[in-house]
Design a protein around this ligand. Sequence first.
Ligand code: NI
Length: 264
Amino acid sequence: MYIDVHCHLTGEEFETLGGVEAVIRRAEEAGGSRMICSGFDLDSSIKAAELAERFESVYFCAGFHPSELKKYKKGDLEEIERLCKSEKCVAVGEIGLDYHYDDNPPKEMQRELFVEQLRLASRLELPVVIHSRDAAQETAEILEENAGLLNKGGLMHCYSYSPEMAERFWKLGLSFSFGGTSTFKNAKKVQESVRRIPAPLILSETDCPYLTPEPFRGTFPNEPSHVKEVVKKLAELKGKTVEEMQTQIRENAARLFPKLYERR
Ligand code: NI
């Protein structure tokens, strides 16, 4: 059984693959038992909730991604909160900091909405899914200052920082998911992080439609059925068999996202 804890299935990209329904079926046939479709603004969070309604294997999280805050309007967080109360919403996300591009939303605004959504998760007793790019230090500082809000834990998704930074995050009780980048030949730092992070804190994702793993690297769109390539790499880096890694990830996912396994 494979679990893709972070994917984006709400865009138009999958039309070339026969549509999102075909993509979800293909993932299920490849052994995919659960997919968490991540919202990144209000519209995508609403669409993620709709997909979760339609497909048994699809769950979702709702939240505002730091790069998408230009669209943010007063009242949107109330809508996000309403979505988070759905039976199939497993977390608040993806939220965080992204300082990669100069024209990203102002840092001040990113920090404010990040903390605001940490508060929301804490109040709703949900974990958080965190996106952090080129902002390792500040992400760690904000999380350390607000450690009390991480009462249900959280996930550093598509983790790309050093093993030393990882230690700061796991001391806060956070887990880590890895996607296609961990399979790339030149991804030495990411692979070192996988080796050093304790196995009970590791999860698998695709972040599709982006970051297609080897051996499919260079094709677009990426899709959840490719998560098995990621799990294969994680198993190799942790010195486990694929079956052992699958079992480990299943346990880790059940601990972090209990709502994934509450329904029958
Ligand atoms: Ni994402």
